[in-house]
Structures are given as C-alpha cells and as structure tokens.
Design a protein around this ligand. Structure first.
Ligand code: URA
Length: 253
C-alpha cells in the first residue's frame, strides 16, 4: 500500500511528495512562489489539510508516495547533508528527480559500510531513530586485537565511555580473534566503536547488516541501492511499534 504525506506543515508536505527539500521550500515561500488555495503561503510551517490545493509557480501539486531506498553504504560518503569534507551519500542516487528531498534514517560513520535506509518520510524517520525504541542494529565488526576478558558479559550488562556516555546492553557474537557480530540498540554517536574501545580494542572495519528484521539485501555491493519492496516497507513501518523502552544496567570498567 503506497504511503503518502496527507496533512502537516507545508515543508513536510512538499518534501514528502518529492517536490522540494525543507531548504528549497523556504526559498520558494520567500520568493512567494507557493500558493495554498490560491493564496500565497507566508510560512513553511503553514498547515496543509488533504482538501487544500497547493501550487508552485501556478502548477497544482499532486500527492506522491514516500520514497524508501535500501543502500549498501560505501566508505567515503557522509550521512550528513552539508558535510564539506565528504560527498553526501544521497549523491549516489541517480535518476530520481526527488533526490533533493531524500535523507538518511539515522547515521553511519564515513568509514562504515552497510545497510542505510534513505527516504523522504520524516515522520517514520523520527519514530525509528528515537532511542527509546531500542531497535536492534546488527553489525559485522573487525578490530585490531582480541577483545578483553569477559567482553561479551561486560557488553551485555552495558558499558560506559570515558566521557561518561553510557551504552545499553550490546550482544556480541565472537567470530574469530579479530571479528564479531555486535548488536546495539541506541544509535548513539560512534556507539559500536566506543563499545569495542571500552573492551580495549580498536575497530578496523564496520558494516551494518540489519535494522530490526530488515536485512541488507544480499545482492547490493557497496554504493548500490534499490527501492524497498512493499513487504520491506511494511517491515520498516512495523519496527516503530515493535520495540519499546527497556531499563538497562550500566557497568563501569
Ligand atoms: N557505531 C559506530 O561506531 N559507527 C557507525 O557508523 C555505526 C554504529
């Protein structure tokens, strides 16, 4: 079932229909090029209802479904729009006129590979990245030396970075002396790198394999992407309802 922005702020609607990013909407409004029911929109926060007729430069806009891509994010690309050091990861998406309206659901570091969801559905994104949801994200990780003693137990209780940031329990499945699967649930800044750091090793390679029960499509090489199927989009939507806040314990090492 296609999902569409039906009502909300003007900038949310124009982005969700694939016509303009938030910044572009600001400019269009300033230039008085947007009308709602024939009257010039004064603010990007103007509330749009399903019955309203929205026009840009006199062209009536039609609601279009949200866009959802799965990408195997390659190294060297940033998930931050406006990062001057690295190209924005959405620049890899070709042949999509609505590319300017797209953004990432959460962030992967520049040197991290793997599953990245790219969309223009702001409501879903906010729901998915909220830390109280504790949506598990599974990574394959390699590090420079074996993890410290009882690493799995320590990670399972919850670790703390030297700057005081605490991390909820993480599940580690050791694959070899230098590699493991690790599942975390918060999406905090450098979460996996810092948990591995607290276990006295340094990450040398990191790749996200799944978000909840949505896995990186096996056929996507780094830099490749494809639209999510309807079933995959349903999985993504369900994630926001499945995961709930759980209380965790923190251990200092
Ligand atoms: N944890 C990290 O440290 N980096 C990422 O990119 C994702 C999770």
């Amino acid at each position: 079932m296609p999902r569409t922005a039906k009502s909300g702020r003007l900038d949310f609607i124009l982005r969700g229909w694939g016509y303009a990013s938030k910044k572009e909407t600001e400019r269009l409004v300033k230039e008085k090029r947007v009308t709602v029911n024939g009257i010039s929109a004064e603010k990007t926060s103007f509330y749009i209802s399903p019955a309203d007729i929205v026009e840009i430069d006199g062209e009536i806009l039609t609601p279009r479904p949200f866009i959802y891509y799965a990408m195997n994010k390659p190294k060297g690309f940033s998930c931050v729009n406006g990062d001057i050091r690295y190209p924005y990861v959405t620049s890899l998406i070709k042949d999509d006129a609505a590319v300017n309206t797209l953004f990432c659901v959460g962030r992967l570091d520049v040197d991290t590979e793997g599953l990245l969801i790219i969309t223009n559905d702001g409501g879903l994104t906010n729901a998915l990245i909220h830390p109280v949801k504790e949506i598990p994200k599974k990574y394959y990780v390699e590090y420079d030396k074996p993890l410290c003693e009882n690493a799995q137990e320590k990670a399972k209780i919850g670790l703390c970075h030297t700057d005081g940031t605490s991390y909820k329990p993480a599940e580690i499945e050791i694959l070899s002396e230098y590699s493991a699967y690790i599942t975390v649930s918060e999406g905090k800044y450098h979460e996996v790198k810092r948990i591995i750091g607290a276990l006295q090793s340094k990450v040398t390679y990191l790749k996200r394999l799944s978000i909840g029960n949505l896995s990186l499509p096996a056929d996507l090489e780094p830099g490749e992407y494809r639209l999510l199927t309807d079933d995959e989009t349903d999985i993504l939507y369900d994630l926001q309802y499945i995961y709930k806040l759980v209380v965790s314990k923190i251990v200092f090492i």
